[in-house]
Design a protein around this ligand. Sequence first.
Ligand code: ATP
Ligand code: MG
Length: 230
Amino acid sequence: MITLDAITKGYQRGSSEVAALRGISIKIKKGDFVAVAGPSGSGKTTMMNIIGLLDRPSSGRLMIEGVPMDDLSRRERTRFRREHLGFIFQSFNLISVLSVFENVELPLIIARSPLSSSQRRKKVSEVIRRVGLDGREDHKPAELSGGQQQRVAIARALVTVPTLVIADEPTANLDSATGERILSLMKEINRNNGTTFLFSTHDPVIRDMADHVILLHDGNVEREILGSER
Ligand SMILES: Nc1ncnc2c1ncn2[C@@H]1O[C@H](COP(=O)(O)OP(=O)(O)OP(=O)(O)O)[C@@H](O)[C@H]1O
Ligand SMILES: [Mg+2]
């Protein structure tokens, strides 16, 4: 369970402060498939960056799996992020000089995974197969389509078996059919592995693929829609 309790975030801009989040209180259950929607500037990225421990709130409390994140040191936050969270970005953020295989393997190397190198290679191959890219292991990102690059990014996010995957507009740079296929893949992984997904989107079709929608407006939760209410 992820709990946000009265989270606010203000950004200093010159002498004035911009309120990006004005008191967000939400709960995200383990295994949930959650969309964050709302107009540009409503606070989607800010909220996801706070949950992803990439940014700190100005006030309020964030708990992940019963652990109060505010109490952690910088080093503990980094460690928590590495061990429990996976990220998928809008622009894929793949490393262009590395192959598909090496891009997916990288988080395991950074996390100093206890796997032996043959176990690690097996794990990487398995995740690459999972996202439908077997046979492409030796390709560089530039040799792949946008949808295929986003599959690599999904594989890279999943290889460490995170509790939560955070994806800020993962389909923004894809055509709508490819975007829907990427979402279906995320949903399938969510169902099969019980991995919690939190993604933001501007696309109503993509949003409606979620089981739980958090609608933001001007830094507040305007409405929450749960699957059972549909
Ligand atoms: N680093 C920053 N410095 C100052 N203001 C910021 C910063 N990041 C975001 N903001 C402001 O905070 C508010 C929320 O921005 P945020 O990026 O969270 O919106 P968003 O919902 O993700 O928008 P979009 O749909 O365009 O991605 C906006 O008013 C934005 O201008
Ligand atoms: Mg954003």
